[in-house]
Write a protein that binds this ligand. Sequence first.
Ligand SMILES: N[C@@H](CCC(=O)N[C@@H](CS)C(=O)NCC(=O)O)C(=O)O
Length: 239
Amino acid sequence: MAAVNGNTPKITLYTNHVCPYAHRAHIVIKELGLPYEEVIIDLTKPREPWYLEVNPRGLVPSINFNGEIITESAIVSQFLADAYPSHLLPPSDSVDNALKRARINFFVDTWATKAGSFWFKIAAEDSQEEKEKLSQELINVVNKEIEPLLNDAAPFFGGSAKLTFAEVIIAPFVLRLYAFTKHGLLPKSVSDGLNGLPNFSKWAAEVVKHDSVTYIWDEERTVESSKKKFASLKAQAKA
Ligand SMILES: N[C@@H](CCC(=O)N[C@@H](CS)C(=O)NCC(=O)O)C(=O)O
């Protein structure tokens, strides 16, 4: 069992299982084998005052770690991966390890800046033609920017046999790209296109079936909740 200074940490994770950002915290906690208790935050209602004291932004995930509140999924994940150096992310204690961290950071940054917002744009688009155009753009971006970075995936990032911090951050979104395609929220051309990319498709197939990624995954509920979310965002945009 992981420990800080010999003590097992006390972690409360404020979460909602349909949220891709909260999903990151679940993956890192599970991979590190940390004990935790979870508090599910109902995202369909205004946040209660007690939760706004935990996280004034009202978002999930947040963690209470031995009395310290940490918010923002990437920061929560980074904190836990740094506090417990593991196969996910080596400590920054040598040039070689710093380089491994830089490679992972570049992959995560590339996903976020080049590919990350497409799923939302495609789902929010009304016209079928525009959806198809954006889907093709997404495939082109993944092919150009992501595919070469997965050259040595084995099966995970950078030749790792185990999940890495790169998958912690990106897996929730890869999982949703395929699930949303399957359930008609995104055009079929998205999964068809991704399946045509040899490195990406091999990597993604391993990512989406990994235990640490699937243990809180409820596909039907997530798809239903995302459909409602998209519909309300569209209505707001038109108002
Ligand atoms: N940048 C934040 C984003 C978190 C976020 O957007 N969470 C959503 C759920 S997926 C949320 O809590 N939304 C609150 C709401 O919709 O009222 C992070 O990475 O933690």
